[in-house]
Design a protein around this ligand. Structure first.
Ligand SMILES: Nc1nc2c(ncn2[C@@H]2O[C@H](COP(=O)(O)OP(=O)(O)OP(=O)(O)O)[C@@H](O)[C@H]2O)c(=O)[nH]1
Ligand SMILES: [Mg+2]
Length: 395
């Protein structure tokens, strides 16, 4: 009660700041590009579908430089032909390269070791340089060290040398001088860089599905795309994001991410909250999925909590992401009773200064498919508002 009064007060004070124009409109699916009917059936493969890996901590070990060689040449005509120890080769670098063919960080191993340089040899032979280790990562991968961003690999083919290989040591030939014609010294190769880095994909999907566990996010993804995330009646069925694609008649594709469920206290890492909330920062727009078939005001409280958690985790995300609500399980009587209440009270309860209001509330049943066609059109609009139409942001 106190919370509601407080938010209403806050809302009244800041009403002028908030764009209320298209709030709470019921969706219409007229006009614009049409979502294509997917003719191909779902995969029957028994291999479980892979979740998306959009974050990974890696250790990068660049190769050590090869040691220089101590050697003295002996010729048939001159058995003291002087020093001929060659230099060692340089160690290999660890390099990240952005590549369109790679879609997630699944194939990136956590231990990245480039090969070391080869030692120098006699007869002035220079050791071979170590092979660089080139790791292909998706376009839009951000490389961070200790939380500080080092680079955003935003363009196809762009490379970043994450760890530099050590230098090869000089052989004894290098140290020969007028006064010391037969040096018995050579350098060791230097150690390569060793770094602990985090890799994050900047944006993984146009729309991220956010909701409490069991709200029906995976069911929704299953019903509108060919993806096969696991659906079950227990909480935290989904622990890593799953992606699904909706093709449209104008050849654009809408990528939807089913994100793991959030609970109260997620911003202080309750229930792996940080890891789950981080995914939401990589979606251009957000769709809040709520289980409407719960006693009132539980659905509204859940939406309030979700917004609150998101805000506490990242104000920027809460303020900048366009969002909408999918009121799920409308096939249940209780949900139908709750729908008018949600339409009436959502505006007051969910308004927050500086943040956009939900652009639309769409009643759906992920299980029966009711309302999902309308929701797809609304998701397209949501993605367009979130930056979908600019080719640079296209995934
Ligand atoms: N009646 C009804 N049940 C639904 C509907 N959508 C989902 N369910 C059921 O709700 C339960 C949870 O569905 P999930 O899709 O796994 O929920 P989730 O939000 O992905 O849950 P987590 O992965 O745990 O976060 C399942 O038993 C579904 O069958 C719906 O529209 N109507
Ligand atoms: Mg799920």
């Amino acid at each position: 009660m106190f919370r509601t009064i407080q938010t209403v007060k806050m809302f009244c004070a800041c009403r002028t700041l908030i764009n209320l124009t298209n709030f709470a409109r019921f969706a219409s699916s007229k006009g614009g590009a049409k979502a294509l009917r997917v003719k191909k059936g779902k995969s029957q493969s028994l291999i479980p579908p892979k979740a998306l890996v959009d974050f990974k901590m890696v250790k990068a070990f660049a190769g050590k430089g090869g040691d220089g060689c101590v050697s003295f040449a002996q010729l048939w005509s001159n058995d003291k032909a002087g020093p001929d120890g060659g230099d060692g080769g340089n160690g290999g670098d660890v390099i990240f390269q952005a590549c369109t063919n790679v879609k997630d960080l699944h194939s990136v191993t956590t231990d990245l070791r480039a090969s070391p340089g080869v030692k120098g040899k006699n007869k002035d032979l220079h050791g071979a340089n170590g092979q660089p280790l080139v790791i292909k990562v998706p376009i839009g991968t951000v490389v961070k060290e200790n939380g500080k961003e080092l680079i955003d690999l935003a363009k196809e083919g762009s490379q970043f040398v994450a760890a530099r290989g050590g230098l090869g040591g000089k052989g004894n030939r290098f140290f020969a001088t007028d006064t010391n014609q037969s040096p018995e010294v050579a350098e060791h190769g230097t150690e390569g860089d060793q770094k602990v880095l985090s890799l994050e994909i900047r944006s993984v999907a146009h729309i991220g599905l956010i909701g409490f566990p069991n709200a029906g996010k995976s069911s929704l993804l299953q019903s509108v795309t060919r993806a096969r995330p696991k659906v079950a009646s227990y909480p935290f069925t989904t622990l890593s994001p799953f992606l699904g694609v909706i093709p449209f008649s104008d050849y654009r594709k809408l990528i939807i991410a089913d994100l793991p469920g959030l609970i109260q206290g997620a911003h202080v890492n309750r229930g792996l909250g940080h890891a789950f909330l981080r995914h939401s920062t990589r979606c251009l727009s957000l769709l809040f999925v709520v289980d409407l078939a719960q006693p009132w005001p539980q659905p509204l409280d859940e939406l309030y909590t979700l917004r609150d958690e998101l805000r506490k985790y990242s104000e920027t995300v809460a303020q900048q992401r366009i969002w909408a609500i999918a009121a799920n399980k409308i096939d249940q009587n209780l949900a139908q009773e709750n729908l008018p209440l949600l339409m009436k009270e959502a505006e007051e309860t969910l308004a927050y200064p500086g943040e956009p209001l939900p652009s639309v509330i769409v009643p759906i049943s992920a299980m029966t498919g009711k309302g999902t066609a309308t929701l797809v059109q609304e998701m397209r609009k949501l993605a367009e508002e979130g930056g979908f139409m600019s080719d640079e942001d296209d995934l």
